[in-house]
Design a protein around this ligand. Sequence first.
Ligand code: HEC
Ligand code: HEC
Ligand code: HEC
Ligand code: HEC
Ligand code: HEC
Length: 236
Amino acid sequence: MPCHGHDTMMDEHPAKPADDSSNFVFPKWLDRLRPPVTVIMALAPLYVIALFAFGAGPAAISVGHMPDQPVPYSHQVHVGKLGIDCLYCHNTVTESGHAAIPPTQTCMNCHKNITVKDSENLTPVLESAATGMPIEWIRVHDLPDYVYFNHSAHVQRGVGCVSCHGRVDQMEKVYQAEELSMSWCLDCHRNPEPHLRPLDQITNMTYQAEDPIAEGRRLKELHNIQPSTNCSTCHR
Ligand code: HEC
Ligand code: HEC
Ligand code: HEC
Ligand code: HEC
Ligand code: HEC
């Protein structure tokens, strides 16, 4: 950093008074460097902000990303064990670009009656229902803002949840199963056949066609599936 070594430099020029524009004392030779140094120091905070925005931001979120949630809600229990369909909770995926996280009311359909003895895991859910304050779920998947994605465009065309989210029914805690990189999107847009299934199998986590290649080809032709690879499809 440019301000490093200040102390030793000040020792060499103890008598030089601070000028109007600065509280620091700079040695003569450093004066020539001052404009660039000032620029660097002025830009440093921007650099840090940029680092957070692009480095630690959504673009850096990767496979395995598994944030802690305010309630230890388990897909493994609710989907795997109890057999609740994805659409019971994520009921907007088929019509809208976004797959909404369910409101507390959806949980209360069951949990107003079902409480688990001696468990505090449901306390935040009951509190949320009583106060009307939503539970603050932490996002797991988050594409950069400059990417346009749309759930219904996939789900309505026969791409199942499992192709992009993995075996959610086995996840105690949801994590990002796929890379969500541009090449990941494009790989499937160029060759969608292996990922196509009948529309009534979209939320089935274990669907397997008897002859996946023939079935993929059949569905592609039947529905005239032609995923676009134009830049403007995903960057608008
Ligand atoms: C009983 C309600 C319920 C059902 C059924 C359900 N989910 Fe969820 N889902 C949630 C809740 C609540 C969250 C937010 C908390 C979390 O991430 O665990 C969530 C989060 C997710 C996320 C992560 C969202 C993000 O933040 O990126 C994905 C992906 C997901 N669910 C997929 C599925 C799939 C696929 C199915 C069916 C196999 C399914 N869910 C069934 C309630 C449900
Ligand atoms: C269709 C009914 C149903 C819905 C809807 C439902 N649950 Fe559950 N939930 C259950 C049942 C039944 C259990 C007990 C499962 C077991 O222990 O085997 C349970 C267990 C839980 C537990 C574990 C409690 C413990 O300490 O073991 C949590 C936490 C929980 N649910 C949160 C939620 C949240 C949050 C939602 C809404 C997003 C939700 N549930 C929606 C039926 C439901
Ligand atoms: C073609 C891939 C793909 C398919 C198929 C897919 N998802 Fe997603 N899902 C994504 C991506 C990518 C995101 C992150 C979107 C973003 O950040 O804008 C996401 C995000 C989510 C979220 C978080 C809320 C949101 O909309 O950002 C939930 C919940 C979810 N998906 C559930 C589902 C369910 C349930 C299904 C099946 C009915 C499904 N997804 C099918 C790729 C997919
Ligand atoms: C597993 C396969 C698969 C993956 C992964 C996938 N897509 Fe798609 N995508 C499709 C299919 C199939 C269609 C439907 C094409 C059609 O309707 O002819 C589609 C359609 C779309 C559309 C709608 C295009 C239109 O003309 O309306 C957008 C936008 C899109 N995808 C964006 C993305 C983005 C962004 C990603 C990555 C984050 C992604 N897709 C990942 C298979 C996939
Ligand atoms: C099917 C969807 C899709 C299409 C088509 C697409 N992109 Fe992307 N693009 C993405 C996604 C998703 C990301 C975010 C990648 C990440 O976060 O790692 C991205 C990121 C980018 C970036 C940021 C730098 C990087 O590599 O991370 C640039 C630049 C870019 N795309 C340019 C293009 C251009 C130019 C085209 C056309 C030739 C194009 N994209 C077509 C989905 C797409």
